[in-house]
Every structure is written in structure tokens, then in C-alpha cells.
Design a protein around this ligand. Sequence first.
Ligand code: GLP
Length: 261
Amino acid sequence: MEIIIQPDKAAAVDLTARIVDRRIREKPKFVLGLATGRTMEPVYAELVRRHREEGLDFSQVHTFNLDEYVGLPPEHDQSYRYFMNQQLFDHINIPPANTRLPDGMATDIPAECAAFEAEIAALGGVDLQLLGIGSDGHIGFNEPMSAIRSRTRIKTLTRETVEQNGPLFGDPGLMPKHALTMGVGTILESEQCLMLVTGAGKADIVAEALEGPISSMVTASALQLHPRTVVILDEAAAAKLTRSDYYRWTYDNKPAWQRLD
Ligand code: GLP
């Protein structure tokens, strides 16, 4: 795992977008794993800017999103399909058919989850998976006690997650209690994972996930098992790490050919 600490949120966002940009230019038929959440909004804005102003081409890119609420139609303004269309897909040249989220309206949920996994496999797997972290340490919607080998499936959301995301629904009671999510095992099969975390509110859970034991109670900690995970933090999110001097030292001394941006 490589931990990169940036001076502020803007720099962390910019580095994340630069890495995505570089990887897509290297491999135009790229399979990009996407995440939702407020943390990702400025990343998508920067990718849109790079598309408009710098010719970043998404015409051959395929995307797979981590998760989707159960029971929200695509036109619901809190569905992750709606979020992705608004934040990214409607503003770039990606063919809509190349954008895939789990279908939270599916009547046969196990069949939908199996189809989602099969589509990832048919494209040769995810090249780069973007991730955020929930306040309970989840990646995707892999809530505590999600098996480290889990696959795409339905999960019941924790009270903490409902408290974190509920206000976005206006009335928190309207937030679904279930979601379809890539499993931790699915995520770990991505060729590379890139987790972005900003803000002081995530500092405790970041330290637990990155420096604590690998545990299904904090599913982001499973990224410690992944040989090519990059974590980009701003100073505020990195504040509770005990070895941050070492992470800075490693990054500052990284050979130029190994740099990602
Ligand atoms: C949701 C998503 C996660 C995301 C998390 C963080 O729970 N399912 O994939 O990482 O939100 O959200 P935010 O960036 O808004 O803090």
C-alpha cells in the first residue's frame, strides 16, 4: 500500500484526477471502477474539465460503479445512477451503454449480482477502482462483518451509514436500508485500487483502516491485502496516522519512473 499525503483537499483531488487521466491515455480501452459520495464530486468535475479542455477521451472506456441503493429508480435524485449521470457521464463522451451500476430495481437480485460480476470478468477485470471510505470504514457498501472474500450482493446498511447519508434524502427515513454492492473480494481483484479520503471527520477511521489490523469489521482495511493500492489523503484525513513521516519520506524518495502522476 502506498499512502500519499497532499497538503490540502484540492491537491489530493488533483492528484487523483491526474492518475486517472494518465491511465486512460495509456490504455484507451480502460475499465474504470467508480465510487459515489461527496468526496468524489470534485474528482469528476476535474475529469470533465480534462475532457473538455485537454481532450481526455472516454469513448472506449467502460465503467463499473461499486454500488446502488435497492428500490430507487435511476431518475431518483439520490440514486447513484442519477449521481453519476449528473456528475460525470452526461458531460463526457462515454457511450451510455458502457456505464454500468448494479441495478437496484432488479426483481431477481442474485441474478443481477451474478450478471454484474460476469460483465466485469468479460471485459478482463477492472483496471483501476476508485474508492472512498464510509464513516464506519466501509468500501462500497461493505458494512462491518462483510467477508473479505465477498462478491457482489445485497447488504443491509448500518445505522451509522443511514445517519451519514440519510440527510441527503431530506427526510432520513426515506433512505433505503439496503444496497447492492461489489464485494470486498470483487474490489480486491481490481488491478489497482485508489482510495481518496479528505477531511478531518475521516481521520480516525483512516488510521484504523490503514494502520490497524485487517478485519471484516473495517472493510477498507482489506486493502492492505492488495499489492497495488494507492491511498491519497489530505493533511486533515492523515492527521491520526502514526507513521506519516515514513509515508512522506517514501513518496519524496520515489524513483521518477515509479511515479503515478
Ligand atoms: C457511500 C458510498 C461509499 C463512499 C461513501 C463516502 O457510503 N457507498 O462508496 O465511499 O459514501 O461518502 P462521502 O464521500 O460522501 O463521505
